[in-house]
Write a protein that binds this ligand. Structure first.
Ligand code: PRP
Ligand code: MG
Length: 206
């Protein structure tokens, strides 16, 4: 049985639909309940619904054979997994944003709020900019509004969250999308089914 880690939520449902349409459907997936595991012995697959930021951990530790995860999380955690296909869904950009009209003071340490500590450090080290990171776990846009930080580093999709909180993008620096990943062992020993998925998914990717 191939264990597939799906990010719980909208992206996971979209990926499930793609996999179901190429023959890896699973009874009961859309029955709304609190179940986290769905399996189809006939199709030889088992879906695990995990927190999006944990997908690569399951795959890396071989609790799952494959998974679908945002490139943002792969970059942040430097996960040791094979990145096999860009599904070109869940597209967004990694960006620096600040309150509308913000002007940076280059002589002061820049306070950066983010859940992407490593990505932010990496970005500013390339700029030789002194920063202080404030690690948050969500609602990052609140930080500069309350003076907790000067700027934020976060993903932007539609831009609605920024707009509705009177922030603007200063710079977009990385395109993000969902990636199909596997661990080395599963890729070797479950190669037939994984390769079949990859080639069929590849045909759907625009
Ligand atoms: C994400 C992200 C942005 C927003 C971007 O937050 O952190 O806040 O979505 O999307 P938009 O440009 O379409 O508005 P999410 O809703 O996942 O919540 P969280 O940050 O509180 O985890
Ligand atoms: Mg957010």
């Amino acid at each position: 049985m191939l264990n597939i880690a799906l990010p719980k939520g909208r992206l996971g449902d979209k990926v499930y639909d793609m996999l179901a349409s190429i023959g890896y459907d699973c009874p009961g997936y859309y029955e709304q309940n609190r179940k986290l595991v769905f399996e189809s012995p006939e199709k030889n697959v088992r879906y695990l619904l995990v927190k999006p930021s944990d997908v690569a951990i399951y795959v890396e530790h071989r609790a799952a054979d494959i998974g679908i995860v945002g490139k943002d999380i792969l970059l942040e955690n430097q996960s040791n997994v094979y990145e096999l296909l860009d599904l070109k869904i869940g597209k967004c950009r990694m960006a620096v944003a600040a309150p509308d009209g913000y002007v940076e003071d280059p002589d002061r340490t820049l306070r950066v709020a983010t859940k992407y500590v490593n990505i932010a450090k990496d970005f500013y080290s390339g700029r030789n900019r002194d920063i202080e990171i404030i690690k948050l776990n969500g609602s990052i846009e609140l930080a500069p509004i309350l003076g907790l930080s000067d700027v934020i580093v976060d993903i932007v999709e539609t831009g609605n969250t920024l707009r509705e909180n009177h922030l603007s993008v200063l710079e977009e620096f990385k395109d993000i999308s969902a990636r199909f990943i596997a661990n080395e062992t599963s890729f070797k020993f479950e190669n037939e089914i994984i390769s079949n998925m990859l080639s069929k998914l590849g045909e759907q990717v625009k």
